[in-house]
Design a protein around this ligand. Sequence first.
Ligand code: NCD
Ligand code: ZN
Ligand code: ZN
Length: 447
Amino acid sequence: MIIAGGKVYTPAGLSEVDVHVNEGRIQSLEPWAEPSARPELVDARGLWVLPGAIDAHVHGRDPGFPEKEDFGSLTAAAVAGGVTTVLDMPNTLPGVAGAEILEAKRREIAPKAMADHGLWALLRSSSTAEQVRELGEAGAIGFKAYLGYTVQRSTGQVLYTPGGMDPDLEPPASYGTVARLAQELAETGVPVAAHAEDPSVLLSSTGRIETYADLLASRPAAGEAVAVAAMGALARSLGLRVHIVHLSSRMGLEAALAERAAGAPLTLETCPQYLWLTEADYARLGPVMKMYPLIKTVEDREALRAALLRGDIDSVGTDHAPHTDEEKLRHPLGEAHAGSPGVQTLLLSCLELARQAGDPLAAVPWVAEHPARIFGLYPRKGTIQPGSDADLVLVDPNQRTVVKAESMASRQRNGVLEGQEFAFAIRAVYLRGEPPAPGRGQFLRPA
Ligand code: NCD
Ligand code: ZN
Ligand code: ZN
């Protein structure tokens, strides 16, 4: 196959080359040839050819919660949005805290997968050194510590509560868990990620949550700053590579940058929702906007945007976390489930944000090269160069897209970017040189 006549993304800018693909890989980039009617030619004239996007933070809900999502609907949404690689979070059922659970999940999702996929492992407070080693050998893409979440011992289900007296509820993986297992975690070579909201800060506030202001008071930015600083200190003292996911606040960002300046090996992810929205949008969006960490103030949004544009934040993932309508709309607001879908709008929302800042192509590394490097997938993924997988997205820079629930492939159709307009459209997607289809997605191990 030859993708001919398009403008192909390279780190130096758009390049007027044809992409020659052989056996799922990029074989060569050749100067534009004369257009012809050869059947193996894909006519990409007028289009941009970008590397398939990587969403390193999705909750595919499979196995365990098919009413929210499964790997088929997850990856259908992903590829519709130009995301050809997803890294799936471990709070499925049971939580992915052992190699045999990872292997079972891998088998379960394989026939449904339309996108290539890596799997996150779960750190529990009861995790052992052996489990960490075995998960590393099984190909876990990273280890996730859900600070502030518990695990139900009897089922292995991750719960959205920071603790309790019930003996069936295991205390959350803590800073101490990370310290205790630091050596084995470091030896796996993959990053440790933290849901960075300090459990004791969260527990300090109780009371009925009716309004978005109540919610904000119950989960302040200080909780993020405390957790980020603690994870940074651990990374620095224990020689651990730590990835902070879904950074949502200026205070959290400042804590991360201070730790990094002091030498901590930290990488940082934020999400489109924290770059596009603020608390003021609650009046328009309602409880669909409830997610942890919370969408915060305009100052937080501006600080995150500026940090991303100047290169202080490495990557953008979506924290795609669908729930059923009934779960999202529970009353009072404190009872509604936290999380919303987003994988389908990752690439276009990032291109649009970067376009508004002056250069749309500045967004490509946020969703391609940088996550590929963080997770040991580069240069197989995240770049268009000879030898890389032919994961390619054809983007039309002259056609607009408006986000509409009815066009979403995720089971929860209504996301927080509903109604937003992007100055781009996705015209075609290739996964290793072919159109994505169920069962074509492959399991990815970090190199
Ligand atoms: C996520 C989920 O529903 O799994 N929810 C959320 O609000 N972000 C969990 C998480 O990422 O913390
Ligand atoms: Zn989280
Ligand atoms: Zn998440």
